[in-house]
Design a protein around this ligand. Structure first.
Ligand code: SF4
Ligand code: SF4
Length: 218
């Protein structure tokens, strides 16, 4: 019947309108900005740079490899790689971004920069109240504004951040050098030394050490 869809839609609206006086979950309107609807865990907006430890710039995971800059579809990332290396939060000398800017007025929240980063250094934020009065420079976020701690990352994406931590810990464990082979117990070492020394022959004759089996005649 023509118009049946309109009538169905109006019935849903009427049911929710009347129902909202009795059931809170039917009340979908939120009184923003006094109230904010909770965001789902996988909500994403603009990227930020993750740092470990307490010092934002020293702890940045980013090593300025510039892969994200090359892959960003609207080319809104601008990176200048450092000339020198500085110790990262683990004490390992690394290059770092001397400049790392993202123009959030151009960013389209595609998350490609996150997908291509080999160091889990850039992740998607949930902050959406980023409007500025100025149209240009104010929307260009530098590395100081972009740096946010790993604890913050855990706060907004707990499942994903835990997976990343596990992956990084496994990778770090694989890179660790293997421990040196364990030394033989002193008694065994002494016996081995005795077997190769001159008095060993006497010991074999006197029966204190087992004689080596004689090889079969060819
Ligand atoms: S989310 Fe997409 S558009 Fe925004 S900085 Fe990353 S790659 Fe570029
Ligand atoms: S955020 Fe990742 S991909 Fe981008 S420059 Fe830093 S380490 Fe490389």
């Amino acid at each position: 019947m023509t118009g049946a869809g309109i009538l169905k839609g109006m019935a849903v609206t009427a049911r929710n309108f009347v129902g909202s006086y009795f059931e809170k979950e039917r009340l979908t309107t939120v009184q923003y900005p006094e109230e904010r609807a909770p965001l789902p865990e996988n909500y994403r907006n603009f990227p930020f740079l993750v740092f470990d430890g307490d010092e934002a710039q020293a702890g940045l995971r980013c090593v300025a490899c510039q892969i994200c800059e090359k892959e960003c579809p609207p080319q809104c990332i601008y990176i200048v790689k450092s000339k020198d290396k500085k110790p990262d939060y683990m004490g390992k000398p690394q290059f770092y971004p001397a400049t790392f800017d993202i123009d959030i007025s151009v960013c389209m929240s595609c998350q490609i920069c996150v997908e291509v980063c080999p160091f889990d250094a850039i992740k998607m934020d949930k902050v959406y109240e980023l409007s500025r009065r100025e149209r240009f420079d104010a929307l260009l976020m530098d590395k100081h504004e972009l740096a946010k701690s790993n604890s913050y990352y855990h706060g907004i994406h707990p499942t994903e951040a835990t997976e990343v931590d596990t992956r990084l810990a496994e990778a770090a464990a694989k890179k660790k050098p293997a421990p040196p082979a364990t030394a033989a117990p002193p008694a065994v070492a002494a016996a081995a030394k005795a077997a190769t020394s001159a008095p060993a022959a006497e010991a074999v004759v006197s029966g204190t050490l087992p004689a080596k089996p004689t090889p079969p005649a060819t």
